[in-house]
Ligand binder design. Structure first.
Ligand code: IPD
Ligand code: CA
Ligand code: CA
Ligand code: CA
Length: 262
């Protein structure tokens, strides 16, 4: 596993916040939950994990900027570097006792993601990558799958909840993709969906209506595992455009053709 000082800080922070989340997950029925919007929940567990991550990451690098889902952003003294954090990706799963959620931490340098950590604490799976250094799951090097036939491939997506405006587009995508492939999964944690593409567990993932903290770490992890990541609209902004499409290189053209020719 690559071992830069920043990556070590990120891994340590993820483990510490992971312990807090695992503890809260065991007593999930006691958590206070509020709704930020239709289908969008936040609990004491999200807030506690974010506080730990902020302490660890800004404590170690006080001059960097900060952006996290629950508490928002802080400008850094160093305007070129920023932590981008989702303290709990998959809150809805977490609150239903489904063990499929993760912490996502990215380090942005001059507008590019240079390091990423996605930690599935319930399964103790630590996905990490650094630009130019490869992607890893715990001590094993990651590589996207080599499948190149749509009919043998599986894909993942997130279906917008709460009647969001992009639901019809996703339903149309599903109508075109499902007859052409071996299956579509909807697990409910976008960061883990990207980590799973990097690990070759599925061939591709696409989703609309996301935020930068959902995808930032996944961008470097998928690319360092040999995959491709783009916005769904090729003219769009990858980090701030709210949509992403990624896959192994062998299936990319066929997959993007199905999703983009809507
Ligand atoms: C959500 C998850 C989910 C995706 C949603 C995200 P959160 O993140 O990644 O899979 O479909 O769009 O908001 O709110 O659980 O961190
Ligand atoms: Ca949320
Ligand atoms: Ca998220
Ligand atoms: Ca979250």
């Amino acid at each position: 596993m690559p071992g830069s000082a920043n990556l070590n800080i990120m891994v340590k922070a993820a483990r510490k916040a992971g312990r807090s989340l695992v503890k809260d997950f065991r007593e999930v029925e006691n958590l206070q939950v509020s709704m930020k919007g239709a289908g969008d929940f936040v609990s004491r567990a999200d807030i506690a994990a974010e506080a730990i991550l902020k302490d660890e990451l800004l404590g170690a690098r006080p001059n960097y900027g900060w952006l996290a889902e629950e508490g928002g952003g802080i400008d850094g003294v160093d305007p070129t570097r920023r932590w981008i954090v989702d303290p709990l990706d998959g809150t809805t799963n977490f609150l239903h006792g489904l063990p499929h959620w993760a912490i996502s931490i990215a380090l942005e340098f001059k507008g590019q993601i240079v390091s990423g950590v996605i930690y599935d604490a319930a399964k103790d799976e630590m996905f990490v990558a650094e630009k130019g250094e490869g992607a890893w799951l715990n001590d094993t090097r990651l590589r996207v799958s080599g499948r190149s036939r749509m009919i043998e491939s599986i894909f993942a997506t997130g279906v917008p909840f709460g009647g969001r405006a992009d639901l019809p587009d996703t339903l149309k995508d599903l109508g075109r993709l499902m007859p052409a492939c071996a299956g579509v999964r909807r697990w409910g944690a976008a960061a883990l969906d990207m980590a799973y593409v990097a690990a070759g567990r599925y061939e591709g993932f696409w989703e609309r209506g996301l935020n930068v903290w959902d995808i930032a770490a996944g961008v470097v992890i998928v690319r360092e595992a040999g995959g491709f990541v783009q916005p769904i609209d090729p003219e769009g902004d990858l980090l701030d455009g709210g949509e992403v499409l990624c896959s192994n290189g062998a299936i990319f053209d066929q997959f993007t053709k199905v999703i983009r020719n809507g």
